[in-house]
Design a protein around this ligand. Sequence first.
Ligand SMILES: [Mg+2]
Length: 369
Amino acid sequence: MMEQQVTKKIVAHFDIPYLSFLDNEGRVLQALPSLAQEVSHLKKLYQSMVIARVFDAKAIALQRTGKLGTYPSILGQEALGVGMGAAMKPEDVLCPYYREVPAQFWRGVSMLEILLYWGGEEIGSCFQDPSVQQDFPICVPIGSQTLHAVGVATAFKLRNEPRVAVASVGDGGTSRGDFYEAVNLAGAWKLPVVFVINNNGWAISVPRSIQSAAETLAQKGIAGGLACEQVDGNDVIAVQYAVQSAIERAREGRGATVIEALTYRMGDHTTADDARRYRNATELEQYQKKDPITRLKNYLMNIKAWDEAQEQKLQKEAQESVAQTVAAYAKYPIRKPETMFDYLYETLPEAYKAQREEVAQLKEISHHG
Ligand SMILES: [Mg+2]
């Protein structure tokens, strides 16, 4: 039965702002922030994106020739990782998911460490550069790194340290309970943490359109009382600006932020996937026009800060640097398989002792030879 006409008053309003500085062709949409006034910095952002792309192509080739385990490509998402890395201070802590290696490289993780990691050698997560040793290793379980970041941020708050935890999470990861719990605690305890959603349009074969009924993924932070915004994830200037602003806000004790960075996964989910089975080729072509590297290159060329000679030099140097890394990876001593048991327990249980012996009897296994 119909009730009488009732009046409801609106008790809350929300807006999700969207930020971009460069369009697809690298033309300026609005006055650039101060970080983009320094040409040397823009060149560094550009170089980092190019190196990340060269590394990525090589990593896929290594997997295809049986020299690397499963690998998740970052093709098309270089601006997101580089912008995130550039936004952080060395003393901040990164809790990355598995598609943010450009951020890790910016902060000091080496290409060799990332190859070792995906090659199954756990020492790849033991970062050698002292400036990055408090960063977390790559997190493969979906969404749990957002909770790790909340834990890190809680420690910073308890110790009264002006540091910020930054976690990245995929679009699919924001459907996990872990993400909602992290957002809730970050808001309730006003923690110095920034969540960056890497919305690349796909969660393996699940498109964004059916992943969530929410109009934006950024607004998922509103329920937790967080600042929420979207940014063009293929615009490295916008990414750095947005993440840096959120980090400084957090550092000043003004609370956590959810940033949804809109990008596109131009490659397969991982080397164990074939996106041609579920993705329309025209969709990929449409996003290739939004390429983050081409965009910044166009801008730099427009302001006469870059030319083809510099481009050739950079491509050559990037190829050489990656080739040197691959050579070091190929020569890296292969750990004996039984050592997988060695750091599980302080004292290995009897049942595992027998298994360790059994594995030790196996013929040596080559994982990247
Ligand atoms: Mg995704």
